[in-house]
Write a protein that binds this ligand. Structure first.
Ligand code: ZN
Length: 125
């Protein structure tokens, strides 16, 4: 077994796996962001939808099969802790598409709905 796709250094089963399986909730915005990256990496479109704010989630959400997500670097986080209701995570997501390597740089906004963190929107820089 290789490590969790989010790059935490832990195994998938001890990291994002239980979140994707619905056994655990993300405690922080960063944890949710990491688990969403993992969901993209493993093609778990249901988890991507479940963790997207209902007001901003696209009606027809599909993941692009031609993209292979290879690495995540979390650059910075702001709020998003156990005691917050909003938070931002800045990250770089590395991917390969059509044999080309590329990177997406995004600042994502997260909010806590009830007790669960959800993704609200992202700004590409
Ligand atoms: Zn992980």
């Amino acid at each position: 077994m290789s490590g969790c796709p989010c790059g935490s250094g832990s195994e998938l089963s001890g990291c994002c796996g239980p979140l994707l399986a619905g056994e655990k909730r993300a405690a922080t915005a960063e944890q949710l962001m990491r688990s969403r990256f993992t969901a993209y990496a493993v093609g778990d479109v249901d988890y991507v939808r479940q963790t997207w704010h209902p007001q901003t989630c696209p009606k027809h959400l599909t993941l692009d099969d031609s993209i292979r997500w290879t690495r995540l670097d979390v650059v910075a986080t702001d709020r998003g802790s156990l005691f917050d209701t909003t938070g931002t995570v800045e990250f770089r997501a590395f991917f390969r598409q059509d044999g080309q390597r590329d990177v997406m740089h995004e600042v994502s906004e997260f909010v806590r709905l009830d007790r669960s963190w959800v993704y609200l929107s992202g700004r590409h820089t």
